[in-house]
Design a protein around this ligand. Structure first.
Ligand SMILES: [Zn+2]
Ligand SMILES: [Zn+2]
Length: 118
């Protein structure tokens, strides 16, 4: 998809702009290290990629960790989307969602009436 590739390129360009605007990061805002042997990145905070102030300095290790966490959240979020298949009503076997007392809408109404009468 051409659109996808364009957005990725824009994302990288914006990252470069942060470096140009705010300089190369020299320490980590997460773990506080300023070890000169480590690599530091600008990491976006809240998804406003075009805002150079929406980035924080992260060492490579913390960047990986936070990216991994985001990725897990994203995957989890997808999985958590309700996939509830309709189930057969215990009376008429018609697929229904959600079931009430194991019955479809019609049968549950009939069942509730029958409960009242008896
Ligand atoms: Zn760090
Ligand atoms: Zn039914």
């Amino acid at each position: 998809m051409g659109r996808q590739r364009k957005e990725t390129a824009g994302y990288q360009a914006l990252h470069l702009r942060v470096g140009a605007d705010r300089g190369a990061p020299q320490h980590c805002d997460e773990c506080g290290t300023s070890d000169p042997d480590k690599f530091y990145d600008w990491a976006n905070i809240s998804g406003r990629y075009e805002d150079v102030n929406d980035y924080r300095r992260l060492c490579r290790a913390c960047h990986m960790t936070s990216d991994g966490r985001l990725e897990r959240l994203r995957v989890l979020g997808k999985r958590l989307r309700p996939i509830v298949p309709p189930k057969p009503c215990i009376d008429c076997r018609e697929l229904w969602k959600p079931l009430r007392h194991g019955r479809c809408g019609r049968c549950s109404q009939r069942w509730a009436k029958a409960q009242k009468v008896s």
